[in-house]
Write a protein that binds this ligand. Structure first.
Ligand SMILES: *Cc1c(COP(=O)(O)O)cnc(C)c1O
Length: 419
């Protein structure tokens, strides 16, 4: 019996028709529908090739030029390139590009800088925080004492007085800023003042605005935070994975050890190559133009939705994402998201601050301009998207209407093809 099946080194996806057909279906879904989910974007062919490369065969542990296994010269070059680009792009002294995900980047930083049972002050999920910042269902929620701040009821923005009061009362070892459904600019300098006041680390998780920070279009956390974490596949528009950035050399040993061996084993080198690729792209002038368009488009979408009578949480957005309150429409986010999906508009249901409803059937939707902007949509296209959303939400059970919107969506997508 042969030890390898025919064409082992040469046959591609088509040799596994079941898998190939599911991937082809997903490609068509991405091509023919409009992606408004904030945690997604559309990568370049370059990033796809780097991440889908033979690097998956190589195992390395440890940092570049200090590996446990041999044969790492090219692995070292690839990871060092990603690190150099990350440092240059974000103008900081140190970077670790190994985290397999944003959650791992956070968990590694916690493990490196905190002791079991230390207190973390982070934004609660109901106000837009991320579960990896200490939600009870996660390891971080079990290992640390989590205190959370929210937003002001009136402005729906971070209430710095509340953060300061909680910090003084609870004496956290770490304060986290940045979330997954908070659309407004954050005052990192004030957050640092509060952290210094109680002797806490300030960690900023910039997953949803890293691209804007890289291009100077959002407040830069790096001059203020002890540590910055991010995903690389949302606003940075690259490989799936995470990253940690910092300036204080005194933290390097603990952060690096927190990632490996703290929460991870060997490096996903293909992912690191994808990060190097997207960080290189992010240094090009086109990435600044893209990020300007992300904000302009998000504001055009938010304005058009507001004109249609939908309430935008916190009155608007300073980035690609926004939260929409559906309560006045008598609709819940789950019903709305399903109807919109049938119309080819991918969105996610989301709780809004002080949501009286449960997460499974919350009052809101989260939308983003990130992926549509990558396709080349401008303000006019996002205004059309707002009209379609409004129509579907007015008649979520009208199949004929939803079919009609689906055709309009497909026509717009055909004018802006991907891959
Ligand atoms: C998406 C996100 C993460 C987690 O990313 P994963 O790669 O899914 O683990 C962490 N923090 C914030 C703020 C995020 O938005």
């Amino acid at each position: 019996m042969a030890i390898l099946h025919d064409h082992y080194f040469t046959a591609g996806l088509s040799s596994d028709p079941e898998l190939a057909s599911a991937i082809a279906g997903e490609l068509r879904r991405q091509q023919d529908g409009i992606e408004l989910i904030a945690s997604e974007n559309i990568v370049s062919r370059l990033v796809l090739e780097a991440q889908g490369s033979i690097l998956t065969n190589k195992t390395v542990e440890g940092l570049p030029f200090a590996r446990y296994y041999g044969g790492a010269q090219f692995a070292d070059a690839i990871e060092a390139l990603a690190v150099e680009r990350a440092k240059k792009l974000f103008n900081c002294r140190f970077a670790n590009v190994q985290p397999h995900s944003g959650s791992n980047a956070n968990a590694g930083v916690f493990l490196g800088l905190l002791k079991l049972g230390d207190a973390i002050l982070s934004m609660n999920v109901a106000a837009g925080g991320h579960i990896s910042h200490g939600h009870p269902a996660t390891l971080t929620g079990r290992d640390y004492r989590i205190i959370s701040y929210g937003v002001s009821r009136e402005s729906e923005r971070i209430d710095l007085d509340e953060v300061r009061d909680l910090a003084r009362r609870e004496r956290p070892r770490m304060i986290i800023a940045g979330g997954s459904a908070y659309a407004r600019a954050i005052d990192f300098a004030s957050m640092r003042t509060i952290a210094d006041d109680v002797g806490a680390y300030l960690v900023v998780d910039m997953a949803h605005f890293a691209g804007l920070v890289a291009t100077g279009l959002y407040p830069d956390p790096l001059p203020h935070a002890h540590v910055v974490t991010t995903t690389t596949y949302k606003s940075l528009r690259g490989a799936r994975g995470g990253m940690v950035l910092w300036n204080d050399e005194g933290l390097s040993g603990r952060i690096n050890a927190g990632i490996f061996p703290g929460v991870q084993g060997s490096v996903l080198l293909h992912g690191v190559a994808g990060k190097a690729a997207c960080l290189g792209e992010a240094m090009r002038p086109e990435f600044t133009a893209y990020n300007r368009a992300v904000i302009d488009n998000a504001r055009a979408l938010a304005r058009a939705l507001a004109d249609a009578g939908l309430r935008i949480v916190a009155g608007g957005t300073d980035m690609g994402l926004m939260l929409v309150d559906l309560a006045a429409r008598g609709l819940t986010g789950d019903v709305a998201a399903k109807a919109l999906e049938r119309a080819g508009l991918a969105v996610n249901k989301n709780v809004i601050p002080f949501d009286p409803r449960p997460p499974e059937a919350p009052s809101g939707l989260r939308l983003s301009s990130n992926a549509g902007t990558t396709r080349g949509f401008g303000a006019a296209e996002f205004e059309a998207i707002a009209r379609w959303i409004d129509r579907v939400l007015k008649s979520p059970d009208d199949d004929a209407l939803i079919d009609g919107v689906r055709k309009d969506v497909a026509a717009l997508c055909a004018q802006h093809p991907i891959y």
